[in-house]
Write a protein that binds this ligand. Structure first.
Ligand code: FES
Ligand code: FES
Length: 182
């Protein structure tokens, strides 16, 4: 039996990749065409990486690669050789939820939950860069993720709650006062 391009199945060329995933070294031989999202789910067992659209739109597959937020369906696993990868599974420590995860739980920022790990990773990235984001900044940053269930309000509330937990200032969604009574 052969593949579409005539190569015998099971004899396609592979390339060895080594990276650190959630602090653990991982080495595997993979086909060069294997997407990072499929690698993380099917080779490493990190099913918190969701696969939705598979073309860079929904954000369900969002992970961090060398500190940058990426949609893992848009990268090949071989492109991450030597990289430091963080997935939603790597956020918790000693069995405790990360403050962003706690905030999503407490704010009921999910319904079906399919989008949640992507939103958690994007929120984590936002708060790393901007510890006290405004509502507009949160909307802008999370615009790379799509949720079909929640209407987003509770997600933004989770961002505010996570910012507070992590030491950022309170939500500053209120419009600044112009003028005043004095
Ligand atoms: S599955 Fe990657 S962006 Fe939708
Ligand atoms: S909670 Fe269902 S897609 Fe976001």
């Amino acid at each position: 039996m052969s593949s579409d391009n005539g190569e015998p199945i099971g004899e396609r060329p592979t390339q060895e990749v080594s990276m650190n995933i959630n602090g653990e070294p991982v080495t595997e031989a993979v086909e060069p065409r294997l997407k990072l999202s499929d690698f993380l789910r099917n080779y490493v067992g990190l099913n918190g990486v969701r696969v939705g659209c598979e073309h860079g739109v929904c954000g369900a597959c969002t992970v961090s690669v060398d500190g940058d937020l990426v949609k893992s369906c848009m990268m090949y696993a071989v492109q991450t050789d030597s990289a430091e990868i963080l997935t939603v599974e790597g956020l918790s420590e000693d069995g405790s939820l990360h403050p962003v995860q706690e905030a999503f739980h407490e704010a009921h920022a999910l319904q079906c939950g399919f989008c949640t790990s992507g939103f958690v990773m994007s929120t984590y990235d936002l708060l790393k860069k901007e510890p006290a984001p405004s509502r507009e900044q949160a909307k802008e940053h999370l615009s790379s993720n799509i949720c079909r269930c929640t209407g987003y309000q509770n997600i933004y509330e989770a961002v505010d709650r996570a910012a507070e937990k992590m030491g950022g200032a309170e939500d500053d969604t209120a419009a600044p006062e112009v003028g005043g009574d004095d």
